[in-house]
Design a protein around this ligand. Sequence first.
Ligand code: PRP
Length: 208
Amino acid sequence: MSSNLRISSHPLVKHKLTVLRDIATDHRKFRELVRELALLLCYEATQDLRLAPATVNTPMGEASGWEASEVIGLVPILRAGLGLVDGIQELLPTVQVWHIGLYRDEETLRPVEYYNKLPDEPTVQVCLVLDPMLATGGSAIATVNILKRWGARRIKYLGILAAPEGVEALSEAHPDVPIHVAELDERLNDIGFIVPGLGDAGDRMFGT
Ligand code: PRP
């Protein structure tokens, strides 16, 4: 598999993913698990964030330390990517959030864009594209295309499950984009769903 792929080996990620997949997990619990998985995966995906030296005053005197020096943008792909925003905002309260609306045409499986309000010039230095499912990869590729046209330089993909087909397509189209996921599943079925997967993430999140 692609060298861009980073599968979490954290025990908490593995445990929470297993509960998330369970058909008996209800909408409320599903949303909670997605939020927690996003936070854990974001911790792993931000290990190379750049820092600048900083000094603070403790009650005992001066201490030298560090501050995150890059402006981070979260780019959730509507709808299901929304579920990943909350957990990451807890870790990174000052992020900018730029929504991209795409849905997958059920016949062609090609992404169709319906929402994009990015300003003319890029306002962030690192983009985290958020979408729980990397299936054919079409939605992720389209979003990275949009962000690169916008002028974004450092882009990472953060999701929960990937199919080999999606990893291959995204890596080929954008070899510079690392793919952070909780697990790589077996395959896509004939209607483009990840197997064994977790069903339709958007539907399970929003009760539709
Ligand atoms: C799902 C999922 C991804 C996309 C993945 O979205 O949330 O965005 O499909 O498929 P791909 O890798 O083949 O592009 P869906 O179209 O069901 O929209 P939703 O998030 O609004 O439910």
